[in-house]
Design a protein around this ligand. Structure first.
Ligand SMILES: CC(C)(COP(=O)(O)OP(=O)(O)OC[C@H]1O[C@@H](n2cnc3c(N)ncnc32)[C@H](O)[C@@H]1OP(=O)(O)O)[C@@H](O)C(=O)NCCC(=O)NCCS
Length: 232
């Protein structure tokens, strides 16, 4: 796809609500907001790309919008904007009027970004990734957004396994993933790393069966504590 080819904003695609956030397909209008964090050294330190200029961000957004235009599909590359809705998120799935502030973005994919082919060995195995604006880190937003996307993948996209890669010094990301139930299944020493950053890396995964068991345990715990409150 040429960078100058006209790309319409994605109109379809899922809109996901969490307690405080709305996740929706990215559009070209998100370029400045995304560049405000993906253009920063401290944000890209453990990402595979260098700080992005406005033009480079726009090119990246065009690719993401193109992917959404092909959605729904079994093989996809889904880039969500995480937005603080102007009027607050609604958990019943209704659209909140008015533009909100984009504070981060997340991606789930089983198809390579350049659409050249599968990124995993099976359509029910996905990679996930994310980046948030430093002003909005340390508030639990990234975890909340990632948890919502994970639920979407398991509940609505029939995922069997989710995977993520983090460079070992990226403790914030590894902690986030472990709090979601991901576990390390592979450790790569720096010398095996193909990326010029040459950092050691870990691969983490979350199996559908483990996620479902954790959801069941959580629901049981909540119902027990509700019963105890009612009885007291
Ligand atoms: C990785 C990244 C998304 C993590 O962001 P984060 O804001 O630290 O992650 P979380 O949303 O899980 O927030 C966790 C913190 O919020 C705090 N917090 C505050 N309010 C909270 C709430 N309501 N719920 C949950 N946590 C809350 C937690 O206590 C925790 O702080 P702690 O780490 O001091 O214990 C962020 O560092 C980032 O964008 N990095 C750059 C890009 C990147 O590296 N991406 C990953 C590549 S593998």
């Amino acid at each position: 796809m040429s960078e100058s080819s006209p790309v319409q904003p994605a109109v379809g695609g899922p809109v996901l609500f969490s307690e405080r956030l709305r996740l929706r397909p990215v559009t070209l209008d998100d370029t400045a907001a995304v560049q405000s964090y993906r253009g920063r050294d401290d944000v890209v330190r453990y990402l595979t790309h260098d700080p992005l200029s406005l033009d480079a961000t726009r090119a990246r957004m065009r690719v993401s919008v193109e992917h959404w235009r092909r959605y729904p599909a079994d093989w996809f590359n889904a880039n969500f904007a995480a937005e603080l809705p102007a009027g607050g998120a609604e958990s019943d799935g209704k659209r909140v009027p008015g533009a909100g502030r984009v504070i981060g973005d997340l991606r789930a994919w089983n198809l390579e970004l350049d659409a050249s082919g599968p990124a995993t060995e099976s359509a029910d195995v996905f990679w996930i990734g994310y980046a948030f604006h430093p002003d909005m880190q340390g508030k639990g937003y990234a975890r909340e957004a990632a948890a919502r996307m994970v639920r979407w993948l398991f509940d609505e996209r029939s995922a069997r396994e989710l995977r993520a890669i983090a460079w070992t010094p990226n403790t914030a990301s590894i902690m986030l993933l472990e709090k979601l139930g991901f576990r390390i299944f592979r450790e790569l020493p720096a010398e095996l790393e193909e990326h010029p950053k040459k950092l050691p890396a870990v691969h983490l995964r979350l199996m559908r069966s483990d996620w479902a068991a954790a959801q069941h345990k959580h629901a049981t715990r909540q119902s027990t504590s509700r019963t105890q409150t009612e009885e007291s």
